[in-house]
Write a protein that binds this ligand. Structure first.
Ligand code: ADE
Ligand code: ZN
Length: 324
């Protein structure tokens, strides 16, 4: 089964590129810039990556990305991930990034885009991976800050495929960002949002109804609302589920308890993804293997999961993946 899982052509739709920052690259970039890290060794980093919940993870995630300060840092970050994704059989990747978290350190949008785009361009030739960028609004920041980012993104709109919504979910419901998502829709930008990871099923409903999103990132808590499950299934709304992330952030206690089989049985349009692979114990193939060991899916179910991701990718980028 390992070879079967390794060979499956994979589309990854839920990957925060800052969450792919390995401790090794973090140390390298910090040393080059004379930045002091709160860790002396790689072992200390590993020990620190034991999270009580999403906010505990986010604190270290924002701290870690402090080493990303010029174009080459963003380039190296993404290139490093493309290399690992390619070894995992990833053929298409939609990358989230968090512009506000870098703008607040004085790193311009132009710098962020330039570094990420250079890696994306090279990945086509070097790793046979197509890709697209998805800048995301931080829900822990104000609606005004989101509006400022929206305005700043307009000159870059030919360079990304859509916008997302991430960061601390509880207390920051989707409707806080109604304005920017409406404006994004008017400009024809694709829209996705994290919902129902730590937050309640009601956030999934409002992300769909108020923000008009086309995919839900995570969404595992939809199972608490059967009427919502029926609607998600009926509309074939893709859920970008991230199993190792859910275990690492205690959304579920153990992989054996993961609701993936229930989500599949409910007829939902499920895709599997790695979220923040450097923090949660592995990339796409590690997620596939961990799921298989705990939940024992059939080959047909795996093929369906991979096909779902191909179909859920934003259309202009994911053609010709050879899954027919
Ligand atoms: N930002 C990076 N990873 C995230 C996650 N799993 N949930 C919310 N925001 C995030
Ligand atoms: Zn995420």
């Amino acid at each position: 089964m390992h070879d079967f899982l390794a060979r499956l052509p994979k589309v990854e739709l839920h990957l925060h590129i800052e969450g792919s920052l390995t401790p090794a690259l973090m140390f390298e970039l910090a040393a080059e810039q004379g930045i002091a890290l709160p860790y002396a060794t790689l072992e200390e980093v590993e020990a620190a990556y034991d999270f009580a919940d999403l906010p505990a993870f986010l604190a270290l995630y924002y701290q870690g990305m402090g080493v990303l300060n010029d174009e080459s840092h963003f380039y190296r970050l993404a290139q490093d991930y493309f290399r690992r994704a390619s070894a995992d059989g990833v053929k298409h990747l939609e990358l989230f990034f968090d512009p506000q978290a870098h703008l607040s350190r004085g790193v311009s949008l132009a710098t962020q885009f330039a570094g990420l785009e250079r890696a994306c361009r090279e990945a086509v030739k070097e790793f046979d991976i197509t890709s697209a960028l998805v800048p995301s609004f931080l829900r822990c920041h104000s609606a005004e800050s989101a509006r400022e980012l929206f305005d700043a993104l307009i000159p870059f709109e030919s360079r990304f495929v859509g916008v997302g919504l991430d960061s601390a979910e509880i207390g920051n419901p989707p409707e806080k960002f109604t304005e920017v998502f409406q404006l994004a829709g008017e400009r024809g930008w694709h829209r996705v949002a994290h919902a129902g990871e730590e937050g309640p099923a009601a956030y999934i409903r409002t992300a769909l109804e108020v923000l008009g999103v086309e995919r839900i990132d995570h969404g595992v808590r939809c199972l608490e609302d059967p009427a919502l499950v029926a609607e998600l299934a009926e509309r074939r709304i893709p859920l970008t589920v991230c199993p190792l992330s859910n275990v690492a952030l205690k959304v579920v206690e153990r992989m054996d308890d993961h609701p993936l089989p229930k989500l599949i049985e409910a007829g939902l349009n499920i895709t599997l993804n790695s979220d923040d692979p450097a923090y949660f114990g592995g990339g796409m193939l590690d997620n596939f293997i961990a799921v298989q060991q705990a939940l024992d899916l059939s080959e047909a179910q795996w093929i369906t999961l991979c096909r779902n991701a191909i179909d859920a990718a934003f259309p202009q980028r994911a053609e010709g993946l050879g899954m027919s």
